[in-house]
Design a protein around this ligand. Structure first.
Ligand code: HEC
Ligand code: HEC
Ligand code: HEC
Ligand code: HEC
Length: 185
């Protein structure tokens, strides 16, 4: 699997040093969260990289003036919202290098897992981890509107400039099934 790496990305953020946690891919999460994985795999977001291929979703593309025969799988202007962690540490590069990060997967909503899946955080050795500690190393506390609107916004060719994402109505439809946690955190 991709190595865990910590990058210091200071440039452009007023010189402040900001830790960028690395992505690890869905196989890692699947080991311990098979129910969520199975449910997620059925969602349109899990499969959405496919829609960038030539000939796929042809009618939808034509309806917004996109050429249905163009291969958009390498176009950064499309890829950024149809994969996980594009341009970020350990994130999607291209379909040959990082096939596991094609589509909107676990870490697009829950945060890059390179550090929070280490043994001392969320693991089978530490099932009763302290949530704040896991959140401090990259896990999103509670997945909410902020995660969704990084992609569900008017930059999508399929919505107008006046688009407003309705989180309440979309949350249940877009997320995997929810299963109660077993341990206190
Ligand atoms: C080695 C096992 C393991 C791996 C790998 C793992 N997790 Fe977990 N995760 C756990 C355990 C154990 C819990 C606590 C489960 C419980 O309380 O029932 C948990 C809980 C969670 C929770 C609930 C957080 C909370 O406390 O509210 C989320 C979200 C989560 N994992 C996401 C992920 C994602 C995303 C990945 C992959 C990047 C991942 N996990 C990888 C073991 C793992
Ligand atoms: C800002 C993020 C974003 C960008 C950029 C983006 N998309 Fe999407 N795309 C989405 C979202 C979100 C949806 C699903 C709902 C919607 O907004 O219509 C979607 C839906 C789609 C669909 C399915 C439409 C349907 O009705 O079946 C296709 C095909 C698609 N996008 C192709 C592309 C192509 C090709 C590009 C580049 C020219 C692109 N997208 C750029 C976010 C984006
Ligand atoms: C589109 C966003 C989205 C994606 C993608 C996603 N999740 Fe979630 N997940 C949520 C939301 C929303 C919740 C409930 C709120 C929370 O716990 O943050 C949740 C909750 C969880 C929980 C807590 C227990 C439960 O079932 O509610 C686990 C574990 C989890 N997700 C694992 C995963 C794994 C593993 C993947 C990838 C196979 C994944 N998630 C992909 C949105 C997402
Ligand atoms: C990394 C980008 C990204 C993130 C983050 C994301 N989505 Fe999506 N979402 C998409 C894309 C792209 C599609 C289009 C899937 C397709 O039809 O191919 C989509 C489709 C959907 C759909 C299916 C309905 C439709 O219009 O096609 C729902 C519902 C949805 N998302 C809800 C959510 C929710 C809720 C969140 C946050 C918890 C979220 N999404 C986070 C990119 C994203």
């Amino acid at each position: 699997m991709l190595a865990v790496l910590t990058v210091f990305a200071g440039a452009g953020t007023l010189g402040a040093q900001e830790t960028e946690f690395s992505h690890v891919g869905t196989k890692n999460c699947k080991k311990c969260h098979i129910k969520e994985w199975k449910s997620w795999a059925e969602t349109s977001m899990a499969k959405t990289f496919e829609t960038l291929k030539p000939g796929v979703a042809a009618e939808a593309k034509e309806s917004v003036g996109l050429d249905p025969n163009t291969d958009y799988t390498t176009d950064p202007e499309c890829v950024k919202c149809h994969v996980t962690g594009y341009g970020k540490a350990g994130g999607f590069v291209d379909i040959e290098t990082t096939p596991e990060l094609a589509g909107v997967s676990c870490e697009a909503c829950h945060g890059p897992g390179g550090t929070y899946t280490e043994d001392q955080y969320m693991s089978l050795k530490n099932k009763e981890y302290v949530k704040a500690e896991v959140v401090a190393v990259g896990m999103v506390d509670t997945v909410g509107e902020a995660q969704c609107v990084s992609c569900h916004n008017s930059e999508s060719p399929f919505v107008g400039d006046d688009f407003v994402f309705d989180f309440e109505s979309q949350r249940e439809e877009g997320s995997h099934e929810q299963y109660p946690l077993k341990y206190p955190h």
